[in-house]
Structure formats: C-alpha cells, structure tokens
Design a protein around this ligand. Structure first.
Ligand SMILES: NC(=O)c1ccc[n+]([C@@H]2O[C@H](COP(=O)([O-])OP(=O)(O)OC[C@H]3O[C@@H](n4cnc5c(N)ncnc54)[C@H](O)[C@@H]3O)[C@@H](O)[C@H]2O)c1
Length: 161
C-alpha cells in the first residue's frame, strides 16, 4: 500500500534528473503518472538536453513498478500543448490529483551579460511554464475540490567577484 494509491500525478520535465525521480517516487507510492518533456529546449541551453529516449526510460522505470504512465512530448512554453496533454491525461485516467511543475532550464551566463531574449527564455520556461501548467489543471482541481501542486524553483547564482 502506498500513500498515493488510486491517485494520478502529472510531472513536467520528467525525462530525467529530478523530474524522473519525482515520477518514479510518485509511482512507488502508488500513483499513475502523466509525464511531459520537451524535445527542443531553449536555443541557448549549452548543456546536453533530455531526449525522447530519456522520457521512454522514465516510462520503463514507472512501468517496472506496475504503475501506468502516459508520456507525451510537450513544451511548457505552449499552453496549447500542456492543455492537450492534460485533456488526454484526464481522458486516460479520469483525474489528476498531483501536479509537479519541475521543467526548468538554467544559464551559466552572468546576469549583467544576458540579453533580453535569454532572460525572457528562462522566465518563459521556469516561471511562465509553471503558471501554464497550474492553469491547465486548476479548473479540474477546483471542480473536484482537491489536488496538490508542487513547484520547483531555481535560485540564480552569483559568481565570486
Ligand atoms: N540540479 C540543481 O542543482 C537544481 C538547483 C535548483 C533548482 N533546480 C530546478 O530543478 C528542476 C529540475 O532540474 P534538474 O536538475 O533535474 O535538471 P534537468 O535538466 O536534468 O531536468 C529538467 C528537465 O526539464 C525539461 N525541460 C526543459 N525545458 C522544458 C520545456 N520548455 N518544456 C518541458 N520540459 C522542459 C528538460 O528537458 C529536462 O528533462 C528545474 O526546474 C531546475 O531549475 C535544479
């Protein structure tokens, strides 16, 4: 018996890293999972990015726990794409109880050297992406009068001067 038996959790940025760990932990506790990741990160992301194969790896890990998972390539920069996955998730599982807005990117650029496009891209994923994710599930949770939303934030670094 897990504390999330019968529950359904949506995780963004679920292909690897903390997102995959969240998906697997939620499944270990009994939840079915809806897992979203992107195939094209913001243009300037300089580190290796997640792939569809990574997302498939998350699916394999969840299925190994005898939990169901719906994986979709979707970008938190697009309300339309998130809404579509939420609609499909609701059709598949009937409910969403937990949302983990985890998708995020970072830049190693110093803030005084960033241009506005780079700044806007980070906000578009890390801040607006979370808002879009919450916006997609909020009506369903309000209607059911239940649901939990977990947001992962990022803390910018200041270099030693
Ligand atoms: N690792 C750290 O030290 C650290 C520190 C503070 C905060 N965080 C935050 O924790 C979260 C997870 O970080 P991580 O270390 O696992 O990084 P990660 O790069 O391994 O995972 C982030 C995931 O988000 C996905 N993603 C990026 N842009 C997306 C988009 N537009 N739409 C959908 N998915 C997108 C990536 O493809 C990736 O799978 C992020 O929000 C990050 O900002 C991490």
């Amino acid at each position: 018996m897990g504390i999330l038996d019968g529950k359904v959790a949506l995780v963004t940025g679920a292909a690897r890293g903390q997102g995959r760990a969240h998906a697997v932990t939620l499944a270990k506790e009994g939840a079915e999972v809806i897992a979203i990741d992107v195939d094209q990160p913001a243009a300037y992301v300089q580190y290796s990015h997640a792939t569809a194969a990574d997302l498939a790896g998350t699916a394999k890990a969840v299925e190994a726990l005898d939990r169901r998972i719906l994986t979709r390539i979707a970008d938190v920069r697009s309300q339309e794409q998130i809404d579509a996955v939420v609609a499909e998730g609701l059709e598949t599982f009937g409910q969403i109880d937990v949302v983990v807005a985890n998708a995020g990117i970072y830049t190693q650029a110093n803030f005084w050297e960033m241009d506005e496009e780079m700044w806007d891209d980070v906000q578009d994923v890390n801040l607006k992406g979370h808002w879009r994710t919450m916006k997609a599930v909020a009506p369903h949770m309000i209607e059911r009068k239940r649901g939990s939303i977990v947001l992962t934030a990022s803390w910018g670094h200041l270099p030693a001067l």
